[in-house]
Write a protein of this length. Structure first.
Length: 381
């Protein structure tokens, strides 16, 4: 048996690859700090939310996954029908449908949207959350299953000949894909996680590895871990994505006034019930490593680097990407570029006032980021 030598190529320099700017949508007007209004699925709101991202110049939007959330591929289909160019990043949890069916589902959607679909793979960091959908595998076993799942998924998107697969979790005989992705492309795979198992599996398969917004030093450590795992797997380093919750205002002073209201709204407002669905263990301590890392950063201090603020994560129990970047558009744009300088090339931003914030990001923040990226890329060249 032959083995693949580790990829020893150096990691891409900042700005060598395009910087992508992502948003995230939901199907009703709510957040950790904002009580839900309207039905669980508001088709008109979902359309307006998606259009705000398209009009604002976002590259993609993430459609999230939760055991009680609306089904993501259906949401993506609705959004695709009401947008023209916006990329669709659909969160997907392996283990609940066969990988061959998932391959056909996403490839079919990719054709109807004319090549706009990408898949965000979430293995699952909470036993409690997984069991709500009937999954009783342990943490590392879930990642082993995801490893097999993605092997099948990738092959189903590229193989025109029937193939077999036999592993510990999946077995297929003679699978032949009747539909491949639009334009004979491979659907981009995004991957989330911060554990050793996540680094191992994600670096082996992901095109983009997604992290939550930690301070620069801790983020650089995670970037190095992902790149090392990719080199060990003999692959080029994946793109790195980091997620934030920017809190903007015309000036830094006004932004901080706004920011200090958010933790109180999270802890004491009527949206508190939303946090009861966060991925936690029974003793109310986050099981997933990403949440633990956010809380560890918050324990070191409220403000990090140029504008990273952690009390929002503490108030929400770090039940997702909950750290904020606070300031004027100029300050937050500079903070985003600080992450690009350490090797991040994909930024996901969403607000605590979701639709209004998305509109503000498109008007005031994204143009500054793109302008500065273009300037620095030109200077580097």
């Amino acid at each position: 048996m032959t083995t693949t030598a580790p990829d020893t190529r150096t990691a891409p320099a900042p700005y060598e690859r395009p910087v992508e700017l992502l948003g995230m949508i939901g199907t009703r007007d709510q957040s950790e700090s904002r009580p839900g209004s309207g039905p669980a699925i508001d088709a008109d709101y979902t359309r307006r939310f998606a259009r705000a991202h398209e009009d604002g110049g976002f590259d993609r939007i993430l459609i999230g996954y939760g055991s009680s959330w609306p089904e993501g591929t259906q949401v993506a289909a609705h959004v695709a029908a009401h947008t023209e160019r916006l990329g669709l990043l659909v969160a997907h949890r392996p283990g609940f449908v066969a990988p061959t069916l998932a391959a056909r589902t996403f490839a079919t959607m990719d054709h109807f949207s004319k090549g706009r679909v990408a898949v965000h793979v979430i293995t699952g960091g909470s036993d409690v959350e997984q069991r709500r959908d009937g999954d009783y595998l342990g943490h590392d076993e879930r990642y082993d299953r995801t490893d097999e799942y993605l092997q099948i998924l990738r092959r189903a998107w590229t193989s025109t000949d029937p193939f077999d697969f036999e592993g510990a979790h999946y077995r297929h005989e003679g699978y032949a894909a009747g539909v491949l992705p639009y334009g004979e492309r491979h659907l981009p795979l995004f991957f989330g996680g911060s554990s050793a198992a996540a680094y191992r599996v994600g670096a082996r398969h992901a095109d983009t590895f997604m992290l939550w917004g930690e301070p620069l030093a801790e983020t650089a450590e995670q970037v190095a871990s992902v790149r090392a795992a990719a080199a060990e797997a003999g692959r080029e380093a994946p793109r790195i994505s980091v997620s934030f919750r920017p809190i903007l205002a015309p000036t830094d002073e006004l932004a901080w006034e706004r920011a200090h209201e958010v933790p109180h709204r999270i802890q004491h407002g009527p949206a508190r019930a939303l946090l009861e669905t966060a991925t936690r263990t029974t003793d109310d301590v986050p099981q997933n490593e990403g949440s633990r890392r956010l809380l560890a950063a918050a324990a070191k201090g409220d403000l990090h680097d140029r504008a990273l603020w952690t009390p929002t994560a503490t108030a929400a129990g770090a039940g997702g990407n909950t750290t904020a970047l606070v300031g004027s558009p100029e300050t937050v744009a500079a903070a985003i570029l600080d992450y690009v300088e350490i090797g991040v090339d994909t930024i996901l931003i969403r607000g605590y006032d979701p639709l209004d914030d998305a509109i503000d990001y498109g008007r005031h923040l994204l143009p500054l980021v793109r302008q500065e990226v273009a300037h620095r890329r030109s200077s580097a060249a």
